[in-house]
Design a protein around this ligand. Sequence first.
Ligand code: SF4
Length: 272
Amino acid sequence: MDAELAELVEQALRCGAFATLDLTGGAPELNPNFRKLVRAAGRIGVRVIDRCNLSVLFEPGQEDLAEFLAAEQVQVVASLPCYTAERVDQQRGRGVFDASIEGLRLLNRHGYAEPGSGRELFLVYNPVGAHLPPAQAGLERDYRARLRADFGIEFTGLYALTNLPIKRFGDWLDRSGQRESYQQLLESSFNPEAAREVMCRDLISVGPDGTLYDCDFNQMLELPVQGERPHLRDLLTDEGRQHLAQRRIVTGSHCFGCTAGQGSSCGGAVAD
Ligand code: SF4
């Protein structure tokens, strides 16, 4: 996201059609336009979510990042695939668990997950392996008990996500010969209630060059919103927004990942 795109995002937020700005992509905090955009969204009254990898809190030059996020009441969403070092380091690499724990402690010290602080901290779980996530509520209870007992960490809530069979996980399915059986699992677990709540009905995903996608997964698959070169600029007019609101969402077999079991969205499960 360059300065020009950040300016377009700000203009789109000023239209009043969006309640939330969800910033993602590796380490969005390192983008030179991140803080300016967060402040602008706050002034407009748009809630900001930062998909934070936690280790960025300890990057040189980011010593004041936790303080900034807390001051702006940015909701932090952080991936923590398990509450044990062994599983996390196995999935994410050696040392990632310890850095994550330190990051969560730092956020807690800045008031995150403190009742009444308005500083929300959500954790993200996704399965290691070709299976669906367990029930979100039970998993959240386990995480809360273990993180509190072992590390004194508090968090607001937990999102249990289903792995979609694309990109790195898709490659792993291919290598391990499990793509077909995993796709069958997703399709046989289709839940109409979850299908009614898929996140692409409520959000629009903006690529680094301003191209619009129905969701981040479609962005990863380079499947833009239907139409002629759909761009963030199209959201600046009433006509453009109306057109997009009536669009047909671009779907594929990967979408079964959002509709299986309790469903899966950027905010976790969507159905019982
Ligand atoms: S993967 Fe498919 S169902 Fe899921 S959010 Fe994207 S378009 Fe919607």
